[in-house]
Design a protein around this ligand. Structure first.
Ligand code: FMN
Ligand code: SF4
Length: 678
């Protein structure tokens, strides 16, 4: 371990990083009033305590008022940010972790209807597809004030005791000047590469004048836009050389690609099913050519790949960002020789997709991330062990089993199927989503190590559960596809699950009616489209697949944008009937009276799930709480103490889709939140 490349210190000017692992800048949208308060601090401190070498806080912290927060960013243009960041950096420094922050002006990558409603500004009027603002083109007075804004913000960060800053230059204002696609200015800020870089170097000079030499300044930038007419790799190499030669920069943090569209962003930050570490060689090429401290991270999810990145000399510091959202204790587990117990990042990208919809970043299978002030990453032991019986070994049931066993309870899980996993196993039928099995496999390994007993192929009835003399029963039986829709003709349709599981083969003229808007519909659609069938995907919503967020949608669209597939939002499947050996589907609309028909040979429906609640209902009269949950206690983190029936022998709860159809994160959060206090 002493020789582990990841654990070697790295000297960056006067600063020594204690190891080679960092979290790259990522704004999890946790600020309150634009400030990194207790929640934000707790998130970073958890990872610092576990030993990460460097944490790059924020992500796109705004240097100016006309860079309004589009994903609840830190407002670095306000003086009041200094004490908040001081608390955060002091708390991380206590654990020997270096703390920096990413500063930026978003340029056109924002909206005018946020913050102070100031016009978005860029080096051209060209709209960024992802945020839709047609920016104002910068004027001289903008450039002058923005240079000062960058310098002011850098000075604040130094005053807050941070070790350094990083300027964001991929898809934001700085590189909007660099790229010929987004810079239509004349000299001195447009035209030649010298001119396009001028603003960046003026910003860097102004920052240096303020912060002096003993403050780390780096740039996170795209070295190759990978866009027709955009910044080329050759220009990227040249920019890298110039950043080094300027003497104003202490490290390069390499990115490859463009983020102005959802597909572009997804290629820069790949999600599950996409190649691992796709830009590592490119970052290595920059380091080889420029010979300068180089950082990089992009889908380096496992320790072996990170170790290779360092051992091969491709980069000096490796980013494992989402990996640390999934498991904050990676470094500690490496140090303790327990790498196999690291909770894997499965690339579900729930975290990142959420922030673009205005939510906070949550990890699909670590419900404590982002909730460090209320949810533990390390489960404390209960005062007294109890007998806990859990029905269902899906993600919620297994999380309940894991947490209960960590509490020191004796845990039995009864599962009807021959395998654990529930809907996650179904989802993982798609090759592209196979990584999801990590959610199940990690929990199975944890449960095994903790002595949880799992019995498979058991369709548990109430008597089976009662025979175990439980003190706590948790029903995590999930749901099954709704079977009574459409009201007329539901016996003639198949479900997305039938297609996904392979129980039913695709037809040749298929209507897929999707009311749930979730993954199951598009996964089934992918299978049907790949078979060559004519496929119409219909939804009554105003947009299709409403529950699949931006980056998760990208691989689906890459599979579905083909001539045999059409999308029809705002229409509704009314009924299905048999007619002359075919299926006749009647189509309506919520907007007007309509009576269309389609002749098909298969109708696939996706109405979401109905809770499997028979067992829960049967157990209720035997329980002391009748299944009641004290929500105030649940939210406040107090034990459940409801008694409705003093003669009842056990507490009864249900979680996940057994209550109502939600998602994997909700099931896991249900389990953690309830069981941590049992
Ligand atoms: C929730 C979230 C927010 C992010 N915000 C930023 C950001 O503001 N600036 C930035 O440069 N990168 C941002 N990123 C990208 C990460 O820095 C990193 O490049 C990306 O997650 C790929 O690395 P990984 O595979 O190790 O997670 C964000 C990532 C996540 C997950
Ligand atoms: S949500 Fe998915 S991608 Fe994000 S940290 Fe969790 S496992 Fe990784």
């Amino acid at each position: 371990m002493a020789n582990d490349p990841l654990l070697q210190p790295f000297r960056l000017k006067h600063l020594t990083l204690k190891n080679r692992l960092m979290m790259t800048a990522h704004e999890p949208a946790y600020p309150e009033d634009g400030m990194p308060k207790a929640r934000y601090r707790a998130y970073h401190v958890e990872r610092a305590r576990a030993g990460i070498g460097l944490t790059m806080t924020a992500g796109s912290a705004a240097v100016a008022r006309d860079s309004p927060p589009v994903f609840n960013n830190i407002l670095a243009y306000r003086d009041e940010v200094v004490p908040w960041l001081r608390e955060l950096s002091d708390a991380c420094h206590e654990h020997g972790t270096a703390v920096m922050i990413q500063l930026t002006h978003l340029g056109r990558r924002t909206r005018w209807d946020k913050g102070d409603w100031l016009p978005a500004v860029s080096a051209s009027h060209r709209r960024e597809a992802a945020h839709r603002a047609f920016p104002k083109r910068v004027e001289t007075w903008d450039i002058e004030r923005l240079i000062q804004d960058y310098a002011d913000a850098a000075e604040r960060m130094q005053a807050a005791g941070l070790d350094g800053i990083e300027l964001q230059a991929y898809g934001h204002l700085l590189d909007q000047f660099w790229s010929p696609l987004t810079n239509t200015l004349d000299a001195p800020y447009g035209g030649s590469l010298d001119n396009r870089l001028r603003f960046t170097f003026e910003v860097l000079s102004a920052i240096r004048q303020r912060v002096g030499d003993d403050f780390i300044v780096g740039v996170r930038y795209t070295g190759d836009e990978r866009l027709e007419g955009g910044l080329t790799a050759e220009e990227g190499f040249e920019i890298s050389h110039r950043l080094k030669a300027s003497g104003q920069v202490d490290f390069l943090n390499v990115v490859r690609g463009h983020i102005d569209t959802d597909p572009g962003l997804t290629d820069v930050i790949p999600i599950q099913g996409m190649p691992s570490a796709p830009h590592l060689d490119f970052a290595g090429e920059i380091k080889r050519r420029v010979d300068f401290p180089t950082f990089h991270g992009a889908k380096i999810q496992d320790v072996a790949t990170a170790r290779h990145a360092i051992a091969s000399g491709k980069v000096d510091v490796v980013g494992m960002t989402r990996a640390h959202m999934a498991d904050p204790h990676i470094v500690r587990k490496i140090l303790e020789g327990r790498e196999e117990s690291i909770r894997p990042c499965v690339g579900a990208n729930y975290c990142l997709d959420r922030i673009y919809q205005g939510g906070a970043a949550y990890c699909i299978h670590n419900a404590a991330t982002g909730r460090e002030t209320t949810m533990p990453h390390t489960i404390p032991k209960a005062a007294q062990g109890r007998r806990v019986v859990i029905i269902g070994a899906g993600p919620g049931g297994l999380e309940a089993a894991r947490v209960a066993a960590e509490r020191g309870h004796r845990v039995l899980v009864l599962e009807a199927a021959s395998d654990a996993g529930g809907q996650v196993r179904l989802t993982a039928q798609s090759e592209r989503r196979r990584e999801m099995l990590g959610i199940i496999d990690w929990r199975l390994a944890q449960c095994e190590a903790l002595g949880v007993e799992i019995r498979y192929n058991v369709w548990a009835e109430a008597e089976d559960v009662l025979a175990e003399n439980p003190e706590v029963v948790i029903v995590a039986t999930g749901g099954f596809p709704a079977e009574d829709q459409p009201a007329q003709g539901h016996d003639l349709v198949v479900t997305s699950w039938d297609i996904l599981s392979g129980h039913v083969a695709p037809g040749s003229r298929v209507l897929l009616f999707d009311e749930a808007g979730d993954h199951a519909a598009l996964q089934a659609a992918e299978i049907i489209a790949a078979s060559g069938a004519e496929l119409e995907i219909m939804t009554p919503d105003r947009t299709f697949s409403a529950e699949i967020m931006a980056m998760n949608l990208v691989p689906y669209m890459r599979a579905l944008q083909r001539p045999n597939v059409t999308f029809t939002p705002t229409y509704r499947l009314e009924s299905v009937q048999r007619d002359a050996g075919e299926l006749l589907a009647t189509i309506g609309s919520d907007y007007l009276e309509l009576d269309q028909q389609r002749r098909l040979d298969q109708v696939v429906v996706n109405y979401g799930t109905t809770p499997m609640e028979e067992l829960y209902v049967a157990l209720k009269p035997h329980s002391c709480n009748g299944g009641e949950v004290d929500y105030d206690a649940l939210i406040a983190g107090r034990p459940q103490a409801v008694v409705r029936n003093a003669a009842g022998g056990f507490q009864l709860f249900r979680i996940g889709d057994a209550v109502e159809p939600r998602n994997t994160h909700a099931a896991i959060y249900d389990a953690l939140r309830l069981v941590k206090d049992l």
